[in-house]
Design a protein around this ligand. Structure first.
Ligand SMILES: NC(=O)c1ccc[n+]([C@@H]2O[C@H](COP(=O)([O-])OP(=O)(O)OC[C@H]3O[C@@H](n4cnc5c(N)ncnc54)[C@H](OP(=O)(O)O)[C@@H]3O)[C@@H](O)[C@H]2O)c1
Length: 263
């Protein structure tokens, strides 16, 4: 049975970058599946322009759309306040840091500004967003069992960071190094991997699971039309993996198929 059914036991899931691509598909699949969580908090920097997301929210009353520009600390704090009002004492069960950009630049064209731009959105923002949501994640984790010591997983509290295989330092060698010579993107995802691993250490005492997952190469605006996977295929596999996460996956780097990937 798909691990995704465990989303039924999850009170709330927050997705960043839900206007299009994998973020929109996450919201769609969570809302339309037979395993829909209590609340799906879909965040986007421009709700008015997110037509498809608005249409989904009209069909599914458990979708709540909030504004979140992941680059703005003020926007992050305002979003936390709004989410707090929505979930109250239940807290937030699952935070999915999905929003990302790909600033394409090779050794010749890379600049400091391009590196910093990609680094901010893909690595710094997930750290700042997680920090801001920790009180709500802690609240959810502490409610996961009478003594707050229930097994780790989305029924309790989890931070899922959407990374990329291209962030693997080990795989950026030989064959794997000949394509996608993208300095800003690759290094931003390596940094996200390290951020996640560090957060896993810090969030463990609170029972908050933290990990990174690669969604595969997917047909989205970022992935392009040549990618082998549809957004639906990728997200169906990802939700199955996320739903099935337990202690053993805390601090891990997994493929969308569930296998471990080399750091
Ligand atoms: N597609 C792939 O093959 C692939 C492979 C590996 C990893 N990934 C990762 O998967 C995640 C989703 O990628 P995707 O393919 O769905 O990309 P996408 O189609 O380009 O969508 C990116 C999403 O991120 C949002 N975003 C960007 N900057 C933002 C900001 N400052 N504040 C709020 N939202 C922001 C965008 O919002 P707007 O609509 O407002 O711009 C959009 O919703 C990314 O982290 C990406 O690195 C994708």
């Amino acid at each position: 049975m798909s691990g995704a059914v465990r989303f039924q036991t999850c009170g709330s899931v927050l997705v960043t970058g839900a206007s299009r691509g994998l973020g929109l598909q996450l919201v769609d699949s969570l809302a339309s599946g037979a395993f829909s969580p209590g609340r799906i908090i879909a965040t986007t920097r421009n709700p008015a322009g997110a037509q498809k997301l608005q249409e989904l929210a009209e069909k599914h009353p458990n979708i709540h759309i909030f504004t979140l520009d992941v680059l703005s600390q003020q926007s992050i704090e305002k979003c936390v306040e709004e989410v707090e009002q929505l979930v109250q004492q239940e807290g937030l069960n699952c935070l999915i840091n999905n929003a990302g950009i790909n600033v394409v630049a090779d050794f010749q064209s890379v600049t400091a500004d391009k590196m910093i731009e990609n680094f901010h959105t893909n690595a710094v923002a997930p750290l700042m967003i997680t920090k801001a949501f920790v009180p709500l994640l802690k609240l959810a984790a502490s409610r996961g069992g009478a003594s707050g010591s229930a097994p780790m997983g989305i029924q309790r509290a989890a931070v899922i960071n959407i990374t990329s295989l291209l962030g693997s330092v080990e795989l950026n060698w030989g064959e794997g190094a000949n394509n996608f010579k993208w300095y800003p993107y690759r290094t931003s995802k390596s940094a996200l991997n390290m951020v996640s691993r560090s957060m896993a250490v810090d969030l463990q005492p609170d029972g908050i699971l933290c990990m990174v997952i690669h969604p595969g190469w997917v047909r989205t605006d970022m992935g392009g039309s040549q990618a082998p996977l549809s957004a639906e295929e990728s997200i169906s596999a990802i939700l199955s993996v996320i739903g099935g996460l337990t202690e053993k996956d805390h601090g891990s780097f997994l493929n969308f198929t569930g296998e471990q990937l080399p750091w």
